[in-house]
Design a protein around this ligand. Sequence first.
Ligand code: RP5
Length: 167
Amino acid sequence: MSLKPKVLIVMGSLSDAPIMKGAVQALEEFGVPYRAHVCSAHRTPDRLKEIVDECLAAGVDVFIAGAGGAAHLPGVVASLTAKPVIGVPVKIKALEGADSLYSIVQMPKGVPVATVAIDNAYNAGLLAVQMLSLADDGLARKLVEYRAVQRRKVADQDQQLAGALKG
Ligand code: RP5
């Protein structure tokens, strides 16, 4: 995106991209400009600090970090900024993603990471939109409409239920 980014999406490996594109999808639905990188907390820590510093200088307000395994990327990003950080636990083969979830959600007191469900990068994007909407009335209005669409979908399903139960 060419507009000034408001969100950084960072992931530990290109192998996280199929999951992390959910965050991109949510941000694009709401027209929120973002910047995205592969950068690893343990393989490229100096580059990670550079990226976070560049993003802060560029006006990024929310950070989304996704990683799998001993997933310390979101916590390290949180150590580098006082802006909100949202962590996405990415499921890799071992332990079905429980390792990623616990690594991200169990941040010690003082440096929080807002953690979404395993592989639910879409919700991370949505949460970022909600955070940004606190200072953006246009985004706040779009979020209200988004919820109305969800209500209508559930109401439609409720109407279809009798037929589905008979089929
Ligand atoms: C983590 O290790 C990455 O976030 C990824 O989820 C996992 C596996 O990385 P690759 O071996 O696929 O590069 O650092």
